[in-house]
Every structure is written in C-alpha cells, then in structure tokens.
Design a protein around this ligand. Sequence first.
Ligand SMILES: C[S@@+](CC[C@H](N)C(=O)[O-])C[C@H]1O[C@@H](n2cnc3c(N)ncnc32)[C@H](O)[C@@H]1O
Length: 191
Amino acid sequence: MRRGFTPPVAFSHLLLTEHIGAGALVVDATAGNGFDTLFLAELIGETGQVIAFDRQKVAIETTKARLEKCRLLNRVKLIHDDHQKIRDYISKPIDGIVFNLGYLPGGDQGIITTGPSTLKAVVAGLQLLKSGGLMVIVAYAGHPGGKEELTTLLGFLQGLDGKLFNVLHYHFLNQQKTPPQVLAVKKRVGG
Ligand SMILES: C[S@@+](CC[C@H](N)C(=O)[O-])C[C@H]1O[C@@H](n2cnc3c(N)ncnc32)[C@H](O)[C@@H]1O
C-alpha cells in the first residue's frame, strides 16, 4: 500500500497513462531535461509521435541525449523554439499535451515560463486537442513569478466552458513547502 498521496509529477504521469495510448500524437511543451519527453515516448509506442519544444538549446540537447540513450529518439521530434508558436509547427489534432513549468532544473533559473506566454501556449494547445484529448500542466508557485503564473492559469481554466472541458486541480493544501500543483484539462467528447 502507498504510504502517502501520489506526488504531483507522478500524478501527472498517472493521468497521462490513463488517457494516452499507443499510436497517440502528443506534445511536450517544456522538454527541459527530457524526463517527461521520455515518459511520453514510452507511452505512445512505436506508432505514436512526441513533439517536444524548449526555448533553451541546452534543454533540447539534454533531451536528445536522454532519448538516444534509451533508443527512442526516432519517436520524437525536437523543436528548439518557444511553445507559444506551437501552431506554426503543428496543424494536426493532438491527443495530449504536457507542460512542466518554471525553470530548467540545474540550469539558468532566470529563464522561466511566465503567465502571459504560458497562457498563449495553453490556448493554442487546447485548440489543437482532439475530443477526448488531455492537457496536463505541472505548475510551481515557489519561485519568483510562479505564483502569478499559477494565478493566471487558474483564472483562465476556471472560466472554461464545462460543457466543452473538464478541469481538474490536484494540490496539497497544508504543506509548508510549496509542492507543485497539477492542472489537467480533458476536452469532452463531442465538445
Ligand atoms: C521545469 S523545466 C521542464 C522539465 C521537463 N519537463 C523534464 O521532464 O525535465 C521548464 C522548461 O521550460 C522551458 N521554457 C520556458 N519558457 C519556455 C517557452 N516559452 N517555450 C518553450 N520552453 C520554455 C525552459 O527552458 C525549461 O527547460
């Protein structure tokens, strides 16, 4: 039996496992060190594809090396660009999209996702989602700017039409540290 609640990143992976299957087309909007990209590459199998964005070259290189080591680079298209431009690169409907916000762990903590730009990418991602598709966002409120970004996202997601989208918020209410929070949006079938 588990000793505690599922930690946020593991919870985000649990959601993806439940909703994304073999053959899916999925996006990692923040490749970073490549852990989520690798997780998605395993999930979508030989017939699926992951498209992973990051605006930092070092993140793209780290992600590439991680995928090569696991022999899964052939399932992934890496794009060194801002995820706000997602629709310049993708026109087909997608099954899922993941954001893991904030800064690159081990990298430059001054390069962070921000409320206005993340919101633009989220809106574009929702437009690309298929009916039944899933968006998962892991958001951090502990670093400068993180709280404002989270507030922006919560305001937007709470306002989404409940007939078109189901929105979930997974967070710990009483922890002294600020663990990340998980926001998930499921595009309703027929929505
Ligand atoms: C918390 S890290 C991602 C962690 C990653 N998912 C992993 O599994 O290792 C956040 C990443 O978002 C990237 N980023 C920040 N703003 C971005 C933007 N506008 N477009 C694309 N990537 C961005 C940063 O460069 C950083 O690598």
